[in-house]
Every structure is written in C-alpha cells, then in structure tokens.
Write a protein that binds this ligand. Structure first.
Ligand code: ADP
Ligand code: MG
Length: 259
C-alpha cells in the first residue's frame, strides 16, 4: 500500500447520535470519529443534517428551542453532554465560524481580545496585545489590519471579516474549529485565501467544515463524511470518497445525480 500516513489520533467521537426538532427527527444514529490535526468535510444535499451535526459538536443545538440531542459525543474521551460540562467553556475548546461573517460591532482589536478577556486568558494589556497579534497572524490577516486595529471590524471586506472571525475563534486556543460553509458569502479570491488558511491551521487544530461544494471538500479536507436524509452514509479518506465510494448513494451524489 502506498497511502499517505494519516494521523489516526481521534479527537472527537460521535456514537448513535439522534437529533430531533420537536417531533421531527433530523439525524439518525450518526457514528463518526473525528481525527486530530486534520480537516474533515461534511457534505451532502441541502437539508441532510450537516449543520445539525456540526452544532452537536459544541452544543450549539442547546440554544435552539425544541431541539433534542441523544447519543454520545466525546471530546478527548470526555462526554460533552455530561451535566458537569459548562457549554460556554466547551465552546471555547470547540470554536465555531459561521456562514456569514459576523464580527461584533466593535474594533478589530476588541473582536479578538473579547474571548481571551472573558475567559481570563490575559489580564495584562501586553499579554492581550500578544494574543491579538498572534491570532491575527495565524488567521493570515495581520498584515492587512495591523495599522487599523482600532477601526471597526465591520469595515473590512467580507473575506477579511471571515478571517477576523477565524482569528476570534483562535484567540481562546480552541482544540477544534467548526466551520459551517465559511466561504459561501465570499468571492472566489477570498474563498481561496480562506481555503489556504484552513490548510495551514490543520497543523495545530482539528477542523470540521460543512461545505456544499464537493470541489472545496476535495481541496481542503483529508477526510470526508457524506450525509443523506439525516443519515451518515459513508466516511473515509477524501480521495477515496471521491474516486471510489463504497455506497451507491455516495456515488450518485458525487456524480451529480442528485443534490
Ligand atoms: P444542512 O445543513 O445539511 O442543509 P440542516 O442541519 O440545516 O441541514 O437541517 C436538517 C433538517 O433539520 C432539515 O430538515 C431542516 O429543515 C431541519 N432543521 C434544521 N434546523 C431546524 C430548526 N431550527 N428547527 C426545525 N427544524 C430544523
Ligand atoms: Mg447547513
């Protein structure tokens, strides 16, 4: 076998995950291992449950009325739905970047400094400055904003705003970063920059990205999971899923027969 070795360390584990919105079931017994230091793409037709599953991973479904999650989800061996888990602290460990860039209506600096400050990661101004700079550098936006840190984040271009939101997620040192169609509001050039960034971040983080673009999944991810009608149909190495899937439903989707 001539396979590229993939880190086999598992960061998050989902077992038998069912999700309901009221009486309507949106996910059916999802089992998935999410590996460390790699990018996992969630693909599938609109409404198949990609965002629902992503939100299970940092308990963002908790804030949706009538949403109920059953089954097991672990982060580093710990059940994230256990009663002693504080969802706010969990979301610092498992950060999220949304479809539409959503900087706070505050300065670029404050967008990044807010999280570390409320989580008590830095109190001295120097330490905070350092976290802000490092996070903006890791998000590949430092050079573009270093001379206007005190201007509003909302004044940046869409692509810059999305990288600012990635910097904001990074600032609290998460272990996992969830991204829900992070490029869907961006032009092709901004998309390419964010995709490059995702590839660089893989070294230090575990990344899970929802995308409706199979091309994007192929470009940025090492693992791909295909969802259909609330079921996880198939998961594996990205190359494998796109060239030689096991399931007919995956084959039909990647060849454009539906979705
Ligand atoms: P995807 O991200 O793959 O497009 P979603 O996870 O958003 O899919 O949706 C999966 C299913 O759950 C869909 O049938 C959708 O209508 C339903 N759903 C999603 N969010 C809600 C919600 N807040 N309330 C009720 N139903 C929802
Ligand atoms: Mg979605």
């Amino acid at each position: 076998m001539n396979e590229v070795p993939v880190s086999s360390h598992v960061k998050m584990v989902a077992r038998g995950v069912d999700v309901f919105y009221g009486t309507k079931q949106a996910l059916f017994g999802v089992d998935l291992d999410i590996r460390d230091n790699s990018v996992t793409s969630l693909i599938g037709p609109s409404g198949c449950g990609k965002s629902t599953f992503l939100r299970c991973l940092n308990r963002m479904n908790d804030v949706i009325d009538g949403c109920r999650v059953e089954g097991k989800i672990e982060l580093g061996g710990q059940n994230i739905y256990a009663p002693n888990v504080d969802p706010v602290l969990l979301r610092a460990r498992v950060g999220m970047v949304f479809q539409k860039p959503n900087p706070f209506p505050k300065s670029i600096y404050e967008n990044v400094a807010y999280g570390p400050r409320i989580h008590g990661l830095a109190t001295a101004r120097n330490d905070l400055d350092q976290i802000v700079e490092t996070s903006l550098r890791k998000a590949a936006i430092w050079d573009e904003v270093k001379d206007r840190l005190h201007e509003p984040g909302t004044g940046l271009s869409g692509g810059q705003q999305q990288r600012l939101c990635i910097a904001r997620a990074i600032a609290v040192s998460p272990e996992v970063i969830l991204m829900d169609e992070p490029c869907s509001a961006l032009d092709p050039i901004a998309t390419a920059r964010v995709e490059e960034l995702i590839d660089e971040l893989r070294e230090g983080y575990t990344i899970v990205i929802v995308t409706h673009s199979m091309q994007q999944a192929a470009r940025v991810s090492q693992r791909t999971a295909f969802f259909h009608l609330g079921n996880l149909v198939e998961e594996g190495e990205t190359d494998h899923i796109f060239t030689n899937p096991k399931e007919k439903r995956t084959q039909d989707y990647i060849t454009g027969r539906f979705g």
